[in-house]
Design a protein around this ligand. Structure first.
Ligand code: ATP
Length: 236
């Protein structure tokens, strides 16, 4: 369970997060949507400890995330970065096995990396390639393999379909949903791609002007009046 209570963060006079209350149950897949600049990345950074909130709490398994508990939390989390963010100087398997190599011999880490690459549809021949040799879609898959390499309990997906054409985007969405179902991981996806929301999410929260203006199931989203603008249609 991940929960934020009354989370606030301002930059200058602008309250980017103005009292955010969110709960994500174990094994649940939550999508956070919002227009560009609405604070989705700031929310993510607060959860990861990269930004210090002005007020409020973030809890994991019922415990507030502080210096000690966040280290434990970070050991159990995996992340797919926007644009994949692979380390250029490491091969594909070294990227995927980055965390594993800190606690096991390379031979073992490589075997797990190759297994995770297979899970995302990349063959063993990709293991020794460098990131520069991958297409955008392959890099995204390798980033996904890295996110799941250490069998995380919580996975963040930051704009998973950015930069992909619709066909590749659909494949990545399908892969993500399959992995979330298979592993039982808790998933938080930040996106403004409604196809991702439908494919990946159980629940949706809309972030607008510092507040969560709507939360509900993906099914309920279609009829939600506050989402009409975002979805680009008149309310039903
Ligand atoms: N370190 C910072 N200093 C000042 N302003 C910041 C800082 N970080 C974020 N902001 C501002 O906070 C607002 C929210 O930014 P954020 O990156 O969270 O948006 P976003 O919803 O993720 O947008 P996008 O979908 O475009 O990535 C923006 O107006 C941004 O300029």
């Amino acid at each position: 369970m991940i929960e934020t209570r009354g989370l606030r963060k301002s930059f200058g006079a602008r309250a980017v997060l103005d009292g955010i209350d969110l709960r994500v149950a174990p094994g649940e897949s939550l999508c956070v949507i919002g227009q560009s600049g609405m604070g989705k990345s700031v929310l993510l950074k607060c959860i990861l400890g990269l930004e210090q909130p002005d007020a409020g709490q973030i809890l994991w398994q019922g415990r507030p995330l502080d210096h000690g508990t966040r280290r434990d939390f970070l050991r159990h989390f995996g992340m797919l970065f926007q644009g994949a963010a692979l380390f250029d100087s490491l091969s594909v398997w070294q990227n995927v096995g980055f965390r594993l190599r800190q606690r096991m011999p390379d031979r073992e880490a490589r075997a797990i990396a190759i297994d995770k690459l297979a899970r995302v549809g990349l063959g063993p021949e990709t293991a020794d390639l460098m990131p520069a040799e991958l297409s955008g879609g392959m890099a995204k898959r390798a980033g996904l393999a890295r996110a799941i390499a250490d069998d995380p309990a919580v996975i963040f997906f930051d704009e998973p379909t950015t930069g992909l054409d619709p066909i590749r985007a659909r494949r990545i969405n399908g892969l993500i949903r399959g992995i979330v179902d298979e592993t039982g991981a808790t998933a938080i996806t930040i996106t403004h791609d409604m196809d991702s929301v439908s494919a990946i999410g159980d629940r949706v929260a809309m972030l607008q002007d510092g507040h969560i203006t709507w939360q509900g199931t993906v099914e309920a989203m279609q009829d939600a009046v506050p989402l009409a603008d975002f979805l680009g249609r008149a309310p039903m």
